[in-house]
Design a protein around this ligand. Structure first.
Ligand SMILES: [Zn+2]
Length: 550
């Protein structure tokens, strides 16, 4: 069964193809080389003449499954009443929208935008089973999640005991047990302080977490080191300390420096790039330039942006003290949850207003990041869905990056002080289609260590998005002509033809099994769950693919 996509204008930056008219051949669920025998005829041909062909989109940081996402759905019934539902069809389930769509609707909406892979960025390992069960109901995507480790008691104890081998084995055991993809740090150490005293948090990399006598710096370095030694496909994924706080850029810079050459991915970097506060009379302002310069000079560091879009949304975070802070700012309803031994969680409805100086600066700071990191392979598009805005806003961001006039018009509509406190007005750069292809699929695939994604070479997963070109890039990207998933035509002009069920991507790094009795003892003493009931079995994944560590 050979499927040929013929004569499209192909963008495949990983293979050096930048808008060339070519054919793409598919056999089963994989891309293959064109047959050497010209007499070979495809079983099926899709005429892509005049259309733009790219690998399927990859969202490397979003919140689409797990307990806090589900809690946020329950917390926002007003949105579900307001927004039109997704109706059932012969091929698809019904669903609800709002800033936190229901599971099936999440899969359909990503697919209709040309996205074929997405990673949830913050699952407590204790809730991994729940996240896998929601993935079971999230069609059309290959998916995976990162597990929270930055406030895990066993992690902090191993660091306090200066036992990097034990830490490394535990990180590997935890990833394997949860069937997770990467280690995630959220406000390392800070959430533990929040759980131990009223309004507690840390405010620098060298603050002490009293209950374990460790510092955020030690946690970042320890887990980054373990991730490198385990040769995990993706580096440690870091939500740095002090998210959203004026003056937090110094903490962010220190976080990057603390890696000391180890790999690290700093996520939703927009929220961590602020000047102002007590030490800065300029008050709230953009500090992207210095941070972007650091990223430009240090190839061990990658970032995704966490772009803010104006409007109402829901903040949801493993950063417990941040949820409390936001609910105070917005005087909104608030959910806080502690996960024993492991992590925390905060949820609050929020609204970004274009006339608010802070919000307008956040919007501008996100765009500055895309425009000031020189190498598009190290800056990835994200809204930290739904925290900065919905993933449904990606086409709007693409237009802002590709169309300078559109960007300048948008800048005129926001709080005028933004022009003084950021450099956005002076940035003329416009992204090309090839560069958009990098920051939305090729780069996230490479940063995640997914050798079979983000490109169209032989052996790649046959996940392909085909667009109708349009001068208005928002219109071009919001309604792909075709989306092909695992070799099947999944979407045609926005309609789900075949809700192809995706795979769960996970890692299973090797570790010294000699650590297990100690972990079992730890569970016996402190957890509410039995050690033997904790690991998630393969039966929780309908289709799984283990990504190797090498
Ligand atoms: Zn996030």
């Amino acid at each position: 069964m050979l499927f040929k996509i013929s004569g499209g204008t192909v963008y495949d930056p990983a293979n050096g193809v930048d808008g060339e008219v070519r054919d793409v051949w598919i056999e089963g669920d994989r891309i293959v080389a064109a047959p050497s025998d010209p007499g070979v005829r495809p079983t099926r041909t899709l005429d892509a003449a005049g259309l733009v062909v790219m690998p399927g989109g990859i969202d490397m940081h979003c919140h689409i499954a797990g307990p806090k996402v589900n809690m946020a759905r329950k917390m926002r019934p007003e949105e579900k009443r307001r927004d039109p539902p997704v109706h059932r069809t012969a091929n698809t389930h019904s669903g609800t929208m709002g800033s936190v769509p229901s599971t099936f609707a999440t899969g359909y909406k990503y697919a209709a935008l040309g996205y074929t892979t997405a990673f949830d960025a913050a699952v407590p390992p204790l809730s991994a089973r729940h996240a896998h069960e929601e993935f079971e109901d999230t069609p059309c995507l290959d998916k995976g999640f990162y597990v929270l480790m930055g406030n895990n008691h066993y992690v902090m104890r191993s660091i306090a005991q200066k036992d990097p081998e034990r830490l490394r084995s535990f990180v590997a055991w935890l990833l394997s047990s949860a069937k997770a993809y990467a280690p995630k740090l959220v406000n390392p150490g800070g959430v533990e302080v929040w759980k131990t005293r009223q309004a507690g948090n840390v405010s620098s990399l060298d603050d002490h977490v009293p209950s374990f006598d460790v510092t955020p710096r030690q946690i970042i370095q320890g887990v980054a080191q373990a991730a490198d030694e385990l040769k995990l496909p993706h580096a440690v994924h870091i939500h740095a300390n002090m998210l959203g706080m004026p003056g937090n850029w110094t903490t962010t810079l220190e976080t990057m420096r603390s890696l000391e050459g180890r790999r690290g991915h700093l996520t939703h970097i927009q929220f961590h790039s602020y000047g102002g506060g007590d030490g800065d009379e300029n008050t709230f302002n953009s500090k992207v330039q210095g941070l972007a310069e650091y990223v430009n000079e240090h190839p061990n560091v990658t970032v995704d942006v966490g772009q803010v879009l104006f409007g109402k949304t829901t903040s949801m975070t493993g950063d417990g003290p941040l949820g409390y802070y936001l609910s105070n700012v917005y005087k909104s309803k608030w959910f806080s949850g502690d996960v024993e031994m492991e992590s925390g969680c905060g949820i609050a409805p929020i609204e970004y207003r274009n006339k608010s100086l802070v919000h307008a600066l956040q919007w501008a700071i996100g765009l500055e990041w895309y425009l000031m990191v020189q190498d598009p392979w190290r800056v990835v598009m994200s809204t930290d869905h739904p925290n900065g805005g919905s993933f449904m806003a990606y086409p709007q961001i693409i237009r802002l990056l590709m169309d300078r006039t559109n960007r300048q018009d948008a800048l005129k509509a926001v709080n005028p002080l933004v022009r003084e406190r950021s450099q956005l007005a002076d940035l003329d750069r416009e992204y090309s289609l090839g560069e958009i292809c990098i920051i939305t699929r090729a780069a996230p695939a490479r940063i995640l260590g997914l050798a079979n994604k983000g490109h169209l070479g032989p052996g790649a997963d046959a996940d392909i998005t085909i667009y109708t070109p349009d001068d208005n890039k928002e219109m071009m990207f919001e309604l792909p002509r075709y989306v092909i998933k695992a070799g099947q035509v999944m979407v045609e002009q926005g309609d789900i033809r075949e809700p192809v069920y995706g795979k769960t991507l996970h890692v299973a790094p090797e570790y010294d099994a000699g650590i297990e009795p100690d972990i079992a003892d730890w569970f016996e003493k402190y957890y509410s769950v039995q050690f033997r009931n904790y690991p998630v079995g393969v039966e929780y994944m309908r289709a799984a693919e283990e990504i190797g560590c090498e």
